[in-house]
Design a protein around this ligand. Structure first.
Ligand SMILES: [Ca+2]
Ligand SMILES: [Ca+2]
Length: 436
């Protein structure tokens, strides 16, 4: 009986091909970003998604290091981690933000902030080698990185602009932001907040830079852009206790040193105390929809236009289709919360020690005097495992880690070896160029 259920589960998973996701997040204060990472790792273990990269938009050095620690905890230490490089300076996290503690108390693969990738370059490299319409971007931080990607021009990574790469390779940008109650509302979120809310609460007061970047992304994103407004994780503009999807308390079932539980407890330790760690689930609703679709939980309103004003008022209308839309919850908050919280729990998978497939069909391309090695994408046959990078060696020495299936050579002499790297960091057998 159990075998039949397992088989059915696997068939269902195979029918909904694994989504290839990039999470764009800001783990620092609000723990729902930790909740998202937990959900995504558990959904990857179920075979629902492959995590190609996680990038940060928070201005603290500890935030991307916290991401690296979470990946390490879930035995997927090799997932690339990127950071927004456009801040004038990166700050050190204050003690009351959980990334301060997670980055100090847990092991990780990226030892220093300097080991973290430039998020825009990472996006460009992954998209350049991706299949058409294969990528889902989930933004539960601010729009800094996606803005940077859209603004990026051709470079050594790709001859295409960021906008072209997004048009070809990205199927969906799903984001937490805005407020679409009755199709119109004041933004109090990642999108920059609203001027109208400045007198109500400090943190949702208008942030002009975020608002400007977000408006640019909304106006220029060539891929389907779907928002999960404040009203999904929470109830309405002002009454945060009305219609909340509350999750987190279930993490108390996990071991005391579980990284996600500790993230939530550290957040509340500096606020109301760590005994009650339930929190509204704004970010999780966006991720839930991005990976699972509408299901029983959400209704998607698509084929319309989102407008965000410079004062932070947003609205949606269906008269002109600009490939934009938003979701609304259609089930009781408690039922959505149960499903989200179940996805935040789950066993940590073992390190996947069986290697991914070996790179095939390596070729040397030459164009305008530039030599580039290209090869076919590899995969890892195990459920819950996938390829995240390729290590390049020249004459036996490691020279580069690529996040796509190409490598630009400085000098084509010598013998090259390429090994695929799975999420756990296990290497494939090498493939050589020139072939043996
Ligand atoms: Ca967030
Ligand atoms: Ca494997």
């Amino acid at each position: 009986m159990k075998k039949t259920i397992l088989l059915l589960l696997l068939l269902t998973v195979a029918a909904n091909a694994q989504k290839k996701v990039i999470l764009d997040t800001d783990p620092s204060y609000d723990p729902d970003d930790m909740g998202c990472m937990a959900m995504m790792h558990n959904m990857a273990t179920n075979g629902e998604c492959e995590i190609l990269a996680i990038v940060n938009t928070m201005h603290q050095k500890e935030s991307p290091l916290c991401i690296s620690a979470v990946n390490y905890f879930y035995n997927r230490k090799a997932i690339p981690v990127g950071d927004y490089m456009g801040y004038p300076e990166k700050k050190v996290a204050p003690e009351e933000s959980y990334d301060y503690h997670i980055s100090r108390d847990y092991p990780r693969y990226h030892k220093e902030w300097e080991d973290i990738s430039d998020a825009v370059k990472l996006y460009r490299e992954i998209l350049e080698s991706a299949q058409d319409s294969s990528i889902t971007i989930i933004v539960v931080g601010t729009m800094h990185n996606v803005y940077g990607l859209l603004k990026s021009g051709p470079d050594e990574i790709s001859a295409k602009s960021g906008k072209q790469l997004m048009a070809e390779k990205v199927a969906l940008v799903a984001t937490m932001g805005g407020n679409f109650l009755d199709n119109k509302g004041w933004d109090r979120t990642n999108w920059g907040g609203s001027e109208h809310l400045c007198s109500y609460t400090d943190w949702s007061c208008l942030n002009e830079e975020r608002n400007q970047m977000c408006r640019y992304v909304i106006e220029n994103c060539p891929a389907l852009f779907m928002a999960s407004g404040w009203e999904n994780g929470n109830g309405d503009y002002f009454n945060a206790n009305n219609g909340n999807v509350m999750t987190g308390q279930g993490l108390k079932q996990l071991p005391e040193d579980h990284i996600i539980r500790v993230g939530y407890e550290k957040y509340f330790e500096y606020r109301r105390g760590a005994h009650d760690i339930s929190r509204h689930s704004n970010d999780q609703c966006a991720l839930h929809y991005a990976i699972r679709g509408e299901g029983e939980n959400y209704t998607a309103f698509t084929n319309g236009t989102i407008t965000l004003t410079e004062k932070g008022v947003c609205s949606w209308e269906d008269t002109v289709d600009r490939k934009q839309g938003h979701i609304q919850k259609k089930r009781k908050d408690t039922l959505i919360a149960q499903e989200i919280e179940a996805l935040m729990l789950g066993d940590v998978p073992e390190v996947d020690e069986t290697p991914p497939t070996r790179p095939q069909n390596i070729q040397l391309l030459e164009k305008d005097g530039q030599k580039t090695l290209v090869w076919e994408a590899c995969d890892d046959p195990d459920i819950g495992s996938w390829v995240v990078a390729y290590n390049i060696y020249k004459d036996g020495e490691f020279v580069h880690q690529a996040y796509g299936t190409k490598y630009v050579l400085g000098d084509a002499s010598g013998v090259y070896e390429i090994k695929a790297v799975n999420a756990s960091g296990t290497l494939s057998d090498p493939a050589n160029y020139p072939p043996e």
